[in-house]
Write a protein that binds this ligand. Sequence first.
Ligand SMILES: NC(=O)c1ccc[n+]([C@@H]2O[C@H](COP(=O)([O-])OP(=O)(O)OC[C@H]3O[C@@H](n4cnc5c(N)ncnc54)[C@H](OP(=O)(O)O)[C@@H]3O)[C@@H](O)[C@H]2O)c1
Length: 445
Amino acid sequence: MKEILDAILNEETSAAEYAALKLPESYRAITLHKDEQEMFAGQESRDKDPRKSLHLDEITLPELGPGEALVAVMASAVNYNTVWSSIFEPVSTFSFLERYGRLSPEAARHDQPFHVLGSDLAGVVLRTGPGVHAWKPGDQVVAHCLSVELESADGHNDTMLDPEQRIWGFETNYGGLAEIALVKSNQLMPKPKHLTWEEAASPGLVNSTAYRQLVSRNGAGMKQGDNVLIWGASGGLGSYATQYALAGGANPICVVSSEAKAKICEAMGAEAIIDRSAEGYKFWKDEHNQDPREWKRFGGKIRELTGGEDVDIVFEHPGRETFGASVYVTRKGGTVVTCASTSGYMHQYDNRYLWMSLKRIVGSHFANYREAWEANRLIAKGKIHPTLSKTYTLAETGQASLDVHQNKHQGKVGVLCLAPEEGLGVTDHELRAKHIDAINRFRGE
Ligand SMILES: NC(=O)c1ccc[n+]([C@@H]2O[C@H](COP(=O)([O-])OP(=O)(O)OC[C@H]3O[C@@H](n4cnc5c(N)ncnc54)[C@H](OP(=O)(O)O)[C@@H]3O)[C@@H](O)[C@H]2O)c1
């Protein structure tokens, strides 16, 4: 592994030298163990501690198949799917691996008694499999997390519709929270040159998701002037949604839960901010009943901030706790676009407000290669910026995941894999200097 790292740290290493590097037989990776999938049985979600289920193990290097690449991972990031995986909710990810493993001999490699997690990476291509011509050893890359087989006609208009669509490092094995990762070559994209490894690794999953959900015609198709209500506006998804709204000439109404989070939204350029904790909204009276007066109070606050206007788009992901309010506050003809249900997936809303006011609910999930490419391109051009707040070592991934599980973080939490320290990997210093304040915006203490 040392030879690989030395090659990466030496900026002069050629493609031929990379191709000649001997690959190790094993590498260090963050794993879940199949024989521990019942370890939290009976516990409340909030009590399940990712530090107990996430392990740092030595893993045998998987065989490289057609259309694939092995990538030396310099940095990765924690996503909410790392949290879901680590607490085995809503289901154990080993069920995904078993199902995938039945698909083909190549897919069978993924069905193991361990699961290497991680749906983001920035690093360097080490080897490419047969049939890969667009990428070569030595290429500096980031990877998006859409894994597709594309053997069915269904996915050829929009790859998210492939029946064998999976999220790499969540529904497949050999993810990015490791020293080496196995990806399909059509997950690769150029690493933004003005960013460090850990900054480049952090937007990936959430940036692409926010792009499709809010900007793409497959999502809400946001336009100039739209009022966009963004839940969790300083979180993983929300910190990108807020930037897309601002960069696209829309008007974000940012919902957060603390003064510190409100300050970060303000620093991004948002003017309309609602601190849901300070306002004390209680959309549910009890476990079964919502309180429409609270929806109305929330809508009144939005109107106060917009000069009397309602929202064109709600960027939804908290789910059960907020969905009734989201449907209510959307303007006539507006759109609620949802990609998740963090607080519960059985939603309840008053359908009269939907049909009588001709509103739409749109489901959105990750992004196709083209959308992920567009989202990465905007990062590379310095139009959208990483929202990295803190970086941990690979061995500390459990703690990093606990921070996200407990909602103690801002923006994105990074993980150094092979990178020995933060701050490495920048090759365009001029572009970096131009955007340095925005790049560091989420860095707290
Ligand atoms: N379908 C997809 O492709 C996709 C992609 C990415 C993520 N996701 C899912 O989307 C969800 C959010 O992911 P993320 O990376 O943005 O997570 P995150 O970094 O934890 O941010 C989510 C934010 O939502 C807010 N929030 C949480 N619970 C809430 C509640 N009950 N009511 C109102 N606001 C609440 C919190 O902000 P405040 O406390 O400041 O309000 C939190 O910071 C997760 O469930 C994740 O699995 C789905």
